[in-house]
Design a protein around this ligand. Sequence first.
Ligand code: NAD
Ligand code: GLY
Length: 350
Amino acid sequence: MSYVSVSASKSYTVEIAPDLLKDIGSRAASIHPAVKAAVISDSNVWPLYGQTVVESMEKAGFEVIHFVFNAGEASKNSNTYLEILNFLASSGMTRSDILIALGGGVVGDMTGFVAATYLRGIAFIQVPTTLLAMVDSSVGGKTAIDLPTGKNLVGAFYQPDLVLCDINTLSTLPESIFCDGCAEVIKYGILYDEKLFSHLEAYGLLFDRLSVVTRCVEWKRDVVAEDEFDRGSRQKLNLGHTIGHGIETSSRFSISHGQAVSTGIAIIARAAQSMGICSSNTCQRITNLLTRFKLPITTDYTASQLFNCALSDKKRAGSTVNLIIPKEIGNCIISPTAINQLETIIEAGL
Ligand code: NAD
Ligand code: GLY
């Protein structure tokens, strides 16, 4: 069992352990009086883990209701958001009650945004069940829904009251979704942690789940403590994301976020090598590791296509975009880049 304490506008603990779901009731009761709890989940996760959560919560004295929506990014929209709000209101949920997000990043982002806005803010617990959600989206308070014009365009910074990562839930993830999460794990290694990167090189998909998830959450804790509202150093977590966003958008989201980020990381690593910012050995280690995790490192889209789609990225600031560029494993720079240079940089990395 690992505990990571996050200090932000709200302080909370991330607990990481196998078989944690059956204790969710007592863990929830330790931070919040046993009142009414609404579990929000999706159509894949609820049949797998809903009953365990409900039984544990009820045993701890909570009255439990639940809302399940269709799995997938397509549900992270204003319709589902309003349906959940109406469900909570018609079920008489008050500000002293609590929400539980049981699922991956889609459920976590949606439930977090509901929690931030229902009755101007209600307590919530993140129970991430994908690797991506454990190491990234459940920690740090970014909540959002999508608009037809783009991903995550409406949201709020709103920290959870507790995060429970039951690493046994990773065992039911399809391999491709697990590997999507590995792209974010590899990202932490490139950004901050040569030792983590080497562990991944040594063990591949058999890496130690408990220690690696814990290490990534510790990095996220540090980033959030330093820059909760994403004005400076938190932007480093966007490594691979500007170009990745271009790939996701170009594919109309048929290419997953993890695959797009992986290709984005590979492109920026090759561009960094061609600009003399990182060595060929560093670039090779990055692309080799992504490949080892069955992640793509090339794309058929042209630099012009990716450039045009990357421009709609909300990370853009006026006529510049902050690119995150690897110098060596464990050390990346934030490089404010003129928009008119971006296409050339992408071209160099393709
Ligand atoms: P997801 O929530 O859609 O989960 C992927 C798939 O796995 C879904 O079909 C889901 O039903 C299924 N699933 C989840 N847990 C499972 C389990 N244990 N066993 C079997 N199936 C399971 O996607 P994701 O990759 O977890 O998250 C992506 C979302 O996270 C995107 O919307 C992205 O914008 C968001 N995100 C947010 C942040 C943040 O900081 N808030 C960071 C990164 C990504
Ligand atoms: N996932 C990016 C962030 O939390 O800032």
